[in-house]
Design a binder for this molecule. Structure first.
Ligand code: SF4
Length: 341
């Protein structure tokens, strides 16, 4: 059984950027009061469209950015404490990027790419180095190893490149891998293989994974828990099997309906989310401008995350006790995803 102690706790994190558009400065609230936790050896998926704040969360968790408010705790220590030794933090928290072509130096062989973190972080001797490079390549299924060691990036397929990038991330023996859309640039046929590999790494290497994606289906395949972000706020969270199968929030429901289903009858066409108007949503529920079920109350106040059964939580007035009556749960359990529970 996996250890469910929280490796990462994100509590009420907010991040605002100042950007210049049409000659005027604007504040963009990328993340607003986001909280979730990643237990040891768990996979948590942050799901949302572009602009939802999921990549900002990746930068905050990897200490590339600092939050304006709120706290991030890694392995029991605040991230601000880890900042005093960022090198040590980076050893424990590695990143796998969306574009494996851009993540690797085109002039470096596979052997060199994987040896760098082994030398920098683990200071292995020459003999141990060779054995560890081979072990890691076998772990990511780049075998026979001798066929790959001296290859340059242009000689590898997209799936093989993503395995090299994953192997490089593994080399420092991290406790957490932040995987930012790691399969979105790959052929559909090899996406499942990379997701299976990430799942294997959790059980065999004992790493936790923060999986960042716009794809609810891959999140259901890989993750234990799903956190759905919309415009920087958590709108739904819970066990992956529940959230992706029976979403409660109107946004998560639209996300699910936007996935093309080749077996669906012609009258059930997928929802094109990009075609739904993006009217200003200042005040009230962040999703109200696009919500097919919006009510008067939705413009007046921001809904809080409410338990709707088991460990599923939804920020929507449809599930508020006063609004939903008997639909609201009696003393629903607090979510395992929430810090402090
Ligand atoms: Fe839609 Fe209102 Fe729920 Fe927001 S609070 S998701 S606008 S029904």
């Amino acid at each position: 059984m996996s250890d469910t102690r929280a490796l990462v706790e994100v509590d009420g994190v907010t991040k605002t950027y100042r950007t210049r558009r049409n000659g005027r400065w604007q504040l963009v609230r990328a993340v607003r009061g986001v909280s979730f936790r990643i237990p040891s050896q768990h996979i948590v998926a942050l799901v949302g469209e572009s602009g939802s704040g999921k990549s900002t969360m990746a930068k905050l968790v990897t200490a590339v950015e600092r939050p304006d408010h709120g706290h991030i705790v890694f392995d029991g220590r605040p991230i601000e404490e880890w900042r005093r030794n960022l090198r040590e933090y980076r050893r424990h928290v590695q990143m796998v990027f969306q574009d494996p072509y851009a993540a690797l130096n085109p002039l470096n062989t596979v052997r060199y790419a994987i040896s760098r973190p082994l030398v920098n972080y683990r200071r292995l001797s020459q003999g141990a180095l060779e054995a560890e490079i081979r072990r890691i390549l076998e772990t990511v299924h780049l075998t026979p190893v001798d066929e790959f060691l001296e290859k340059l990036p242009f000689e590898l397929s997209g799936g093989q490149l993503q395995r090299v990038v994953t192997a490089r991330a593994l080399a420092s023996q991290p406790r957490l891998i932040v995987a930012d859309e790691p399969v979105s640039m790959l052929d559909v046929s090899i996406r499942a293989e990379i997701l299976r590999l990430l799942d294997e790494l959790r059980s065999r290497e004992g790493v936790s994974i923060l999986y960042i994606t716009h794809d609810l289906i891959s999140a259901r395949m890989l993750a234990d828990d799903i956190v759905v972000l919309y415009r920087g706020t958590v709108v739904e969270e819970g066990a992956a099997s529940t959230v992706a199968k029976a979403p409660r929030h109107p946004y998560t429901q639209l996300l699910l309906r936007s996935i093309p289903n080749p077996w669906a009858p012609p009258e059930e066409t997928a929802v094109d989310l990009s075609r739904i108007d993006r009217v200003s949503d200042e005040g009230g529920c962040v999703f109200r401008a696009r919500c097919p079920q919006a009510m008067e109350r939705c413009a007046e106040a921001v809904p809080r995350l409410t338990a709707v059964g088991g460990q599923q939580r939804v920020a929507c007035w449809l599930y508020d006790r006063a609004e939903a009556g008997e639909n609201a749960p009696e003393g629903g359990q607090p979510s395992a995803l929430r810090p402090g529970n």
